[in-house]
Design a protein around this ligand. Structure first.
Ligand SMILES: [Zn+2]
Length: 432
């Protein structure tokens, strides 16, 4: 469908107004989509014009209102855990079993020959679905840090022209109070990673956070925490992280993932936390599929809460909110295919983001791109690479009602092969 020529037009493209440069176009539908013509020139976006403008004689592909989005950004994943379900399922579906099962799997199998093909499988899926940047948390206790970070570095260089990869260290925060934790911070600085960890409520939390912020400040590192991934109203790690950031006058970027318990806290605590989060300039990442799966899971009981944090209230207070994949076919989430469209679809349904859609699509494009420091990704603008996804859907209702397996993905203006990797690629790893 896409011509193999250096210069062509995509006409009558339905683009969310929020994906374009501010104030450059006005929306034409209640969903804030506008019809534009996009010129692709030598792999970049050469012009964007209203569809009413007549074009020169160049080749033009009439998209007939197909939605066009910038390529997706997946800002919170766990590539190291991915696709182990077959050998390490989570038999009761709880968070506690997920943690124990993943640790056991790691101790048994996570050598380069196991990690590399599973992580690359995740990248192949992501790329085919239209993702161009991924941040992955990597379990980094003791010797695992060297093993996993080396595999990640190899993949980062091999995939550099297809997917921008970032890594975050994942340990419990007490680890940073040990010599091994300090060495890990050094290593993260060496490889250009992001310092991270899981915050748990415990009497030492303030001291642990002080240590982490000091380590990050001394090494000029950004921070990315797992916080409050539970339904306990007394879990206020997000608030503690914000207080620590303010106390340290930390100027680097801070991202906090999950923050589920915020949704079950009193209005007073929520207000206090949101005020602190805004003051500390923390961005929030919600993981709707994993949170729906793990939260409120009890044997023989039907769940009733959705597990997601207060995304609307956070956004109303100008706090950046992104959605991401999180785990994929592992004990923390038994499903998934690294498809950010699926993440967005589920987020819309779970958190009621359709009333109105407003600029929520930015939560999987521009907002996570900004969190990752990728100022040219996640938007559609003149001069940027023509990294676009074209869907056979004209409105959000059509976009989010089908899996869109027939989407076209352009990278540098050229259509890529969107064939997904075959599950049998992993067979040898699963026979244990
Ligand atoms: Zn996570």
């Amino acid at each position: 469908m896409i011509p193999k020529v250096p210069s062509y037009w995509l006409t009558n493209a339905h683009v969310p107004i929020c994906s374009l440069a501010p104030n450059s176009f006005s929306s034409q539908t209640p969903e804030e989509l506008c019809l534009v013509n996009i010129k692709i020139e030598q792999g970049t976006i050469g012009q964007i014009l209203p569809n009413s403008v007549s074009l020169d004689d160049d080749i033009a592909i009439n998209l007939q209102k197909s939605i066009v989005l910038p390529c997706f950004i997946d800002v919170h994943t766990h590539l190291d855990k991915g696709h182990i379900w077959q050998r390490s399922p989570n038999c009761d579906g709880t968070f506690a079993t997920a943690l124990a099962t993943a640790i056991d799997d790691g101790q048994k199998y996570w050598q380069p020959e196991d990690l590399y093909p599973r992580m690359e499988f995740g990248l192949k899926c992501s790329y085919a679905h239209g993702t161009k940047a991924i941040r992955t948390h990597l379990d980094c206790f003791d010797r695992q840090a060297d093993i996993s970070l080396e595999v990640w570095q190899t993949l980062r260089s091999q995939w550099i022209n297809k997917i921008t990869l970032q890594a975050v260290s994942l340990v419990s925060l007490d680890y940073y109070q040990t010599d091994a934790g300090v060495a890990l911070a050094d290593k993260i600085a060496d490889i250009g990673g992001i310092l991270g960890g899981v915050a748990y409520m415990n009497p030492e939390l303030d001291a642990q956070l002080d240590t982490v912020f000091k380590l990050a400040t001394a090494r000029n590192l950004e921070l990315d925490f797992h916080a409050d991934e539970n339904g306990d109203p007394n879990s206020i790690c997000l608030q503690k992280i914000a207080e620590t950031a303010i106390r340290h006058q930390f100027t680097g970027k801070i991202t906090c993932g999950h923050c589920c318990s915020l949704a079950v806290q009193s209005a007073e605590v929520v207000k206090q936390t949101i005020d602190l989060v805004r003051q500390a300039k923390i961005a929030i990442v919600s993981l709707p599929m994993c949170n729906l799966y793990l939260q409120d899971r009890q044997a023989n009981t039907t769940p009733y809460w959705r597990g997601v944090t207060k995304v609307k209230e956070l956004k109303q207070h100008n706090i950046p909110v992104a959605f991401a994949s999180d785990n994929c076919r592992d004990p923390f989430y038994g499903f998934g295919d690294h498809d950010v469209l699926e993440v967005f679809t589920q987020a819309v349904r779970i958190a009621h983001l359709d009333t109105p859609y407003s600029n929520w699509i930015n939560s999987v494009t521009q907002t996570p791109a900004d969190l990752m420091g990728l100022s040219t990704a996640g938007r559609i603008a003149v001069g940027l690479p023509a990294d676009l996804i074209i869907f056979k859907a004209r409105y959000f209702s059509e976009l989010l009602s089908r899996p869109q397996s027939d989407r076209l993905v352009l990278r540098g203006g050229k259509e890529i092969d969107t064939t997904l990797p075959d599950y049998s690629e992993l067979d040898n790893l699963m026979i244990k």
